[in-house]
Design a protein around this ligand. Sequence first.
Ligand SMILES: C[C@H](CCC[C@H](C)C(=O)SCCNC(=O)CCNC(=O)[C@H](O)C(C)(C)COP(=O)(O)OP(=O)(O)OC[C@H]1O[C@@H](n2cnc3c(N)ncnc32)[C@H](O)[C@@H]1OP(=O)(O)O)[C@H]1CC[C@H]2[C@@H]3[C@H](O)C[C@@H]4C[C@H](O)CC[C@]4(C)[C@H]3C[C@H](O)[C@]12C
Length: 382
Amino acid sequence: MALAGVRVIELAGLAPAPFCGMILSDFGARVIRVDRTKVAMTVDTQARGKQSVALNLKSPKGVAVLKRLCLQSDVVLEPYRKGVMEKMGLGPEDLIKENPRLIYARLTGYGQSGSYAKAAGHDINYLAMSGLLSMLGRSSEKPYAPLNLVADFAGGGLMCAFGIVLALLERSRSGQGQIIDASMVEGAAYVGSFMWKSRSIGLWNRPRGENLLDSGAPFYDTYRTSDGKYVAVGAIEPQFYQQLIQGLGLDDTDLPSQMSVTDWPQLRQTFTQVFATKTQAEWGQIFDGTDACVTPVLSQDEVLSHSHNQARGSFLKDSQGEISPRPAPVLSRSPAEPCGSRDPFIGEHTRPVLKEYGFDQAQIEQLLSAGIVECNEAKARL
Ligand SMILES: C[C@H](CCC[C@H](C)C(=O)SCCNC(=O)CCNC(=O)[C@H](O)C(C)(C)COP(=O)(O)OP(=O)(O)OC[C@H]1O[C@@H](n2cnc3c(N)ncnc32)[C@H](O)[C@@H]1OP(=O)(O)O)[C@H]1CC[C@H]2[C@@H]3[C@H](O)C[C@@H]4C[C@H](O)CC[C@]4(C)[C@H]3C[C@H](O)[C@]12C
């Protein structure tokens, strides 16, 4: 796999950093997640392929153990607010001095500088600060955050993984590691560059929810079908829009012009009435195989059985029966090989990892008895 041989130390975080770690693991990196001790369960639901070491970083000996892990690793990924790692003596200066090849990835909400750098926050806050949240929501409704998708994952975990791969590539030429300052505000905004760079063509010059791509246009929206399900319509171009009208059994000459913005409410009403006359499957029989850009709105469970997704194997079922998306994109020669076994328990791999990283039996026992590390192999054998 593309990242085979890359060794990552992931400090346990909430959601963005775990997603970043899972991406790296899916594409072949060895990801060791460092969990706190005395914690019963992990919140990392994106732990596919990872190993877990439980380590108390509130103790100097625990800090020394982490330094030794980072000394022999390629990447350290930390999900804490600005200054936390420095406070523990684990800042970039501390670690890169000992391992100049180390790639030190810092995934935060607001970045390592600026007045908000030390403030707590979550996806919705970062999305709000990115300028994108102000654009999300239907006309006359308040802005809404689309799950915690845009800042936590698109602009956070994924963007950080991209930064790590860039730094690995650069290191292959320079031999040097570097610090990645991954701010979710900036990552989300960067993902949304189109929203800024297309203002000049007037795509966003109307109020929220009244533009072509923000639920304003009736030919770019969702519609309820007679069985209470929905279809998505994305017939933007005239040639696709004509196929939409044809599939709906409407006569274009009876309708206002597609781009007559003032007539969009009336056009939406017409589409709403027509889509309500058939089931989602019936509309699928009408529109599948055409360029009308009409697709079923599938649930998280329905995605697995849709013929298109099935043909590609777009979704996986692991050994625990959990359905989840397969890694993307698909590389032709070195594709991801996501691990199918269960996620690790906290501290499940403490002993074998410490041994692999050069700690002898006596040192490991000493760390265990002092509570610096925890080992939960027994739980794993149940
Ligand atoms: C996980 C589910 C989904 C959450 C997604 C949500 C929408 C997000 O947006 S997550 C993104 C959050 N932001 C960031 O990641 C940006 C960077 N990070 C931060 O800004 C901060 O870390 C913070 C604000 C997120 C948290 O701040 P906090 O003060 O807690 O921590 P830090 O300042 O960073 O300092 C870390 C401290 O920890 C010490 N540390 C670290 N490692 C170790 C170690 N190995 N040993 C010892 N100590 C360690 C470090 O020294 C620092 O200490 P100091 O502070 O002393 O310096 C979640 C969605 C719903 C959640 C569940 C729900 O809330 C119910 C339960 C609530 C319960 O309380 C917890 C369990 C829940 C089930 C809960 C579980 C999950 O959170 C959810 C499922």
